[in-house]
Design a protein around this ligand. Structure first.
Ligand SMILES: Cc1cc2nc3c(=O)[nH]c(=O)nc-3n(C[C@H](O)[C@H](O)[C@H](O)COP(=O)(O)O)c2cc1C
Length: 272
């Protein structure tokens, strides 16, 4: 009889506990989805750097990455981690298809005219607490997700001079340089490839870097103002490769943050 009267209370406690259990389980499942590529999986063989494999390493949504994307030109002295570098390069031009080797960036007729270089400064990319990648210019191979050395040594100051002295190019621990081999696309699409498709594609790759950098809580800016010949010489581009973007990346001094409510208020105020 006593239990009969208490039954609604017992039932409501059980239901509450079940609900709490459900919420905790959903949260734990979300967290366990985050796959951390282990920094230990980096391998350096004859100065070729086999990067940690790409994986889901952030919980920032695409909406938040778009909301918080900003050009950031001031960085702390902290290095990037090799996992962050791996994710930035995969976002820029990594493989996301195992049948044809298609990439994270769309390409007219899958001609893939872009080549991705990385300028790494002294202590610019940390392998762990005490070890860093050797400073130098490296070329990214999307298929093996590796970096092949082009020349060793810190060339950031020379790259900054080639970029009309822009300080963020000299100070960022890493700059990604995107170059294009126009003939791969113009062979099929002629002038339209030169004027439209290749420039569009570098824009796609640049935006991918912006969004991945934002998700990794890094800061970046695309730089288009530079002397082509000087950049080509500083990073030893091939004669058929034209530099299109320098993309310095670092840990931001001040990350950019805004809320959707701020944006809603702004939009409402414009509506009147
Ligand atoms: C094609 C292009 C070239 C750019 N070149 C430079 C550059 O040389 N130096 C620089 O500091 N920012 C450069 N920017 C970044 C713009 O200044 C920046 O996107 C703009 O001020 C808007 O700011 P936001 O990116 O934070 O929205 C460039 C952007 C684009 C799209």
């Amino acid at each position: 009889m006593v239990f009969g009267r208490a039954f609604p209370w017992v039932a409501s406690i059980i239901i509450t506990l079940l609900l709490i259990g459900y919420v905790v389980a959903v949260h734990l499942l979300r967290v366990s989805e985050v796959v951390m590529p282990s920094p230990l999986t980096v391998r350096v063989v004859n100065k070729t750097v086999y990067l940690p494999l790409p994986g889901r390493i952030t919980n920032i949504s695409v909406e938040e990455a778009l909301l918080w994307r900003r050009s950031i030109r001031e960085y702390t002295d902290r290095p990037l981690t090799v996992v962050q570098l791996s994710m930035l390069l995969w976002a820029a031009y990594g493989v996301n298809d195992v049948r044809w080797g298609f990439k994270t960036t769309p390409s007219a007729g899958a001609t893939y005219p872009l080549e991705i270089y990385v300028v790494i400064g002294e202590r610019g990319v940390a392998l762990n607490e005490t070890h860093y990648l050797e400073a130098g210019v490296y070329k990214y191979d999307p298929y093996t997700h590796s970096l092949k050395p082009v020349k060793l040594g810190d060339v950031r100051k020379e790259l900054q001079e080639a970029a009309l002295g822009q300080e963020w190019v000299g100070k960022a621990p890493v700059s990604i340089v995107i170059a294009a081999v126009f003939e791969r696309t113009t062979r099929i699409y002629g002038e339209r490839g030169r004027l439209r498709y290749v420039p569009m594609e570098v824009g796609h790759a640049g935006q991918n870097i912006y969004l991945m950098a934002t998700a990794l809580e890094l800061g970046t800016v695309v730089v288009g103002a530079f002397y082509d010949d000087q950049v080509s010489s500083v990073i030893s581009l091939q004669p058929n490769e034209v530099p299109l973007y320098i993309v310095p990346v670092g840990v931001p001094k001040t990350p950019y943050r805004i809320s959707f409510s701020d944006i809603a208020r702004f939009i409402e105020s414009k509506r009147g």
